[in-house]
Design a protein around this ligand. Structure first.
Ligand SMILES: Nc1nc2c(c(=O)[nH]1)N[C@H]1C(S)=C(S)[C@@H](COP(=O)(O)OP(=O)(O)OC[C@H]3O[C@@H](n4cnc5c(=O)[nH]c(N)nc54)[C@H](O)[C@@H]3O)O[C@H]1N2
Ligand SMILES: Nc1nc2c(c(=O)[nH]1)N[C@H]1C(S)=C(S)[C@@H](COP(=O)(O)OP(=O)(O)OC[C@H]3O[C@@H](n4cnc5c(=O)[nH]c(N)nc54)[C@H](O)[C@@H]3O)O[C@H]1N2
Ligand SMILES: [Mo]
Length: 814
């Protein structure tokens, strides 16, 4: 790693090139290969060196120091050269034959290669027809997803820029990650908590005695970050392991993190989806032993008395005792009591991941965690309270001083030459991101969302770019059916994913190695600016999202559209502009950044300046110090253990204080043979990304996605390690490979999310995509969040001839 320290900057200023001469529009690879490490670029899994040989990307490796290897950093060559790539613009045969009334179903047709001009003209014409006939809100530009890193090539925003020029679109609300928590927490804490800076790593190291990881697998989920990881989170947990602090992991599965900690952590395994009950048991024990902090509750919270009536069973006749909790969550009452003692007797940081809110009634989980933390009275103290982002994008790494890169916006900022249609319209409707299938099935239906009545639009055109919606969405068979109601489905993708295989028109997109971009590292730390130069020419006929939508805009407004869309700035102009904006901020913070050309040509990252004050940041410290001067953003200004606002919404599935409600599908409702399925995030993928990569050989079992099964559950079904297994329920069936283990709670199976759906003619997914089995329900009508972790399944040893895997094979002619 090379840092631009002040000294090295001064030394090198002599080499600054003249204004705006870009010497790097051709790939930097030749020059960088001479240096021996490859070209410095970046990805979600961190800054990378990319090595090119004979026109091929042959290796990628992490460019920042690290103590724990990150398998994902090696996937570069597979990303560029996999056989699963889309080579040319392609149109579904029946669609090409009759675009206004194409034969169905989508998902079974052949594809026909067309030229870019033909494909774009076809989409333009049909887009205009549909918009003209049905209206702007029938065009969906939600396009949720984890497209590659970069501040310029942001598929969704670029799509929206184009769609705003065309007159508007239906957008999305929230995300799949934290749908429930980001809506409930503002009512409780006055902030979303999930994407906010945490009490810092140094403060936790110094002040916490006990660290709890409640449903959290940071050694896995910190391999990536939304911008680009700077490795600090994994390094922190590495240090935590060595610190001798009490570490408690509450997880139905012995995760990678629990494995990593080994004897340095205690593993407690509840049944999935029952954490609210378990936390209530801990809370009851606190009250029982008078260990809850009454003065904190009086001063900083509202509504505790009402909650306590519920907790003690005064309002519903059911005291939430540890024994009551044990019955539901399967953790011994004694252990629950011990947890209450440990938490209250020590400075305790309750960290939590997000899987437990990606469930039916997901809102209750973190509401209950915040309630528990309030009862412990340590919120706002160094090393105490709770934190919902220690497992994500390096939350807790102190924020640095310096430049922050702006990024491509979803709205065109400046009028074009004629000014004609330059004013962009914002979205004309929006739906909760994970309710897309419900929307397709129920156009015009009214529903509640966070206290508002909203109406589902009648969607006719969906354009997805930068997301794997056929992989990320629940109940795949229901999705496939709903998709047939569209008049046009366009997918901009790098690979022949299930989404691409169900589209009418498919545009081949470049990988991040085939275009110029830039990124910050550290979503919270803002630690570096990293160049992302093109290291290899676009493969086949792929184009960047920027190029595609600039081209589409030109069709929209001939002669001017491109210039309006781009605001007169091409790829490198935008990068220079973003960089210069960041440099202004850096200057104010007294961090020097070299001129853009020098930055780009030297191909080195810029490191921002540590800030001593930020290193001591304690979440909610201001509120604790003076709740009158620093109130929370809740109606009362305090922590709302009982929320009058939510009471006012009158929702059956989201009561006004944290409540245990039985999910429809969980251990307690399971019929004989049924197992609870969790669908955690994979250590060797970013969702569905890299499922095609060589890494798969290391984790696939019987050439399918693995299913973790408890030894006893496997034995009862005659299943051995390595067997091909059919997992099924009323929603579908998948083929998976048995991973028989004592590292998962009996009665639970885990199939990681992200295996590409690969449905055969009987609706059997040959690759083991778990969303074929998951339920597509909202967390509640408060947040309408994704509730992917809410399913029961059955499993059996697969009999008969195993069908071949087609997931990564392009369709005929593809
Ligand atoms: N059962 C279950 N389902 C889940 C979850 C779960 O826990 N369980 N988790 C949910 C969560 S939290 C999330 S965030 C979602 C994730 O869902 P997604 O974010 O949709 O998942 P990815 O697989 O990352 O999809 C990104 C896609 O973008 C493509 N891509 C990459 N770069 C570019 C680019 O520059 N341009 C274009 N056009 N395409 C590009 C990739 O090839 C890939 O297909 O999944 C959700 N689904
Ligand atoms: N390597 C890698 N890293 C990623 C991602 C990825 O796909 N791959 N995705 C990124 C994204 S978009 C997101 S949103 C985050 C996701 O972050 P999370 O949502 O926190 O991740 P998960 O893997 O779903 O779950 C974390 C842990 O919760 C456990 N768990 C599951 N159900 C329950 C339950 O009911 N109770 C309890 N106590 N524990 C439970 C799982 O076994 C797992 O160990 O990760 C991010 N980081
Ligand atoms: Mo996510």
């Amino acid at each position: 790693m090379t840092n631009f320290t002040r000294r090295s900057f001064l030394k090198s200023t002599g080499a600054v090139a003249g204004a705006c001469v870009f010497t790097s529009l051709v790939p930097l690879s030749a020059k960088a290969n001479v240096k021996g490490k490859g070209v410095l670029t970046a990805s979600r899994m961190g800054p990378l060196y990319a090595m090119v040989k004979d026109g091929k990307l042959v290796a990628t490796e992490g460019a920042l120091p690290k103590t724990v290897p990150n398998s994902l950093q090696t996937t570069g060559p597979d990303q560029v050269h996999t056989k699963a790539r889309i080579k040319y613009p392609m149109v579904r045969k029946s669609y090409l034959e009759n675009p206004e009334n194409p034969a169905l179903p989508r998902g079974k047709d052949e594809y026909v290669r067309v030229s870019w001009d033909e494909a774009m003209k076809l989409v333009h014409d049909q887009h205009m027809r549909i918009r003209g006939k049905y209206g702007d809100e029938t065009v969906f530009a939600g396009a949720y997803g984890w497209r590659s890193s970069g501040v310029l090539h942001k598929g969704r925003e670029l799509l929206r820029r184009y769609m705003s020029l065309a007159g508007g679109y239906t957008s999305h609300l929230g995300d799949y990650s934290t749908g429930a928590t980001q809506v409930i927490m503002p009512h409780v804490m006055g902030s979303i908590e999930v994407y906010e800076q945490q009490t810092t790593h140094p403060v936790v190291m110094e002040s916490s005695d006990v660290v709890v990881m409640w449903g959290m697998n940071p050694m896995n989920t910190l391999k990536i970050a939304w911008t680009s990881t700077e490795n600090s989170g994994i390094e922190f947990f590495h240090q935590l392991k060595k610190s001798g602090k009490t570490v408690i992991c509450i997880d139905p599965m012995r995760s990678e993190t629990i494995d990593f900690f080994g004897d340095a952590a205690q593993w407690i395994a509840p049944h999935p989806f029952t954490d609210t009950a378990m936390m209530l048991g801990v809370a009851y024990s606190l009250v029982d032993k008078k260990k809850h902090d009454k003065s904190f509750l009086d001063k900083y919270t509202v509504g505790y008395d009402k909650f306590e009536e519920y907790l003690l069973g005064k309002s519903d006749g059911i005291p939430k005792t540890p024994a009551w909790a044990e019955d539901i969550c399967g953790v011994p009452a004694k252990q629950i009591e011990t947890l209450a003692d440990i938490f209250s007797g020590n400075r305790t940081m309750l960290m939590s991941g997000w899987s437990m809110q990606r469930q039916q009634h997901g809102e209750q989980r973190h509401w209950m965690l915040a309630t528990l933390a309030a009862m412990l009275g340590q919120i706002g103290l160094p090393g105490g309270g709770f934190g919902l982002s220690y497992h994500y994008s390096n939350g807790g790494n102190p924020t640095r001083d310096g430049g922050v890169l702006p990024a491509m916006g979803a709205t065109v900022g400046k009028a074009g030459k004629s000014g004609a249609r330059s004013a962009s319209k914002e979205a004309v409707n929006a739906l909760p991101v994970a309710r897309i299938v419900e929307a397709l099935e129920n156009p015009g239906k009214k529903y509640m969302h966070n206290g508002h009545e909203l109406t589902f639009p009648e969607l006719k055109l969906v354009w997805w770019t930068g997301g794997g919606n056929f992989t990320h969405h629940q109940d795949t068979n229901r999705l496939v059916k709903a998709w047939q109601t569209l008049e046009l489905s366009v997918v901009s993708e790098i690979y022949w994913t299930a989404a691409a295989k169900h589209a009418d028109v498919v545009f081949p997109i470049t990988t991040s190695f085939e275009r110029n971009d830039m990124t910050m590292t550290g979503d919270y730390s803002k630690a570096h600016i990293v160049p992302m130069p093109k290291v290899i020419e676009p493969q086949f006929e792929s184009r960047s999202d920027f190029e595609v939508f600039a081209g589409m805009s030109e069709l929209l407004i001939p002669g001017e559209g491109r210039a309006i869309f781009t605001e007169g700035k091409e790829e490198m102009d935008w990068l220079k502009y973003f960089y210069d904006e960041a440099a202004k901020g850096a200057k104010r913070a007294r961090v020097r950044m070299p001129k853009f050309n020098q930055f780009w040509d030297t191909n080195e990252l810029i490191e921002m300046k540590p800030n001593k004050k930020n290193e001591k940041f304690v979440r909610h410290a201001g509120f604790r110090k003076d709740p009158i001067m620093n109130p929370l953003g809740t109606p009362s200004g305090k922590i709302e253990i009982f929320s009058k606002t939510i009471e006012g919404f009158g929702l059956q599935d989201c009561p006004p204080h944290a409540t245990w409600m039985e999910p429809d599908e969980y251990k307690g409702s399971a019929k004989k043979d049924e197992l609870t399925m969790i669908t955690s995030h994979s250590a060797d993928r970013l969702h569905s990304q890299f499922n095609y990569a060589k890494l798969r050989e290391q984790y696939a079992i019987a050439n399918r996605e693995p299913i973790s099964i408890n030894i006893n559950d496997a034995k009862a079904r005659g299943i051995s390690n390595g067997d091909l297994v059919r997992a099924f329920n009323d929603r579908g069936q998948i083929l998976v490979g048995a991973l028989v283990t004592d590292g998962i709670k009996q009665g639970t199976v885990c199939v990681h999310e992200g295996a590409w759906p690969d449905l055969d003619e009987n609706g059997l997914c040959r690759n083991g995509g778990p969303n074929v089995l998951t339920r597509d329900i909202p967390t509640s009508r408060l947040a309408n969040g994704c509730a992917a972790n809410s399913s029961l399944v059955r499993i059996e040893k697969f009999k008969g001839k195993a069908p071949g895997l087609m997931a990564f094979t392009p369709p005929k002619n593809g």
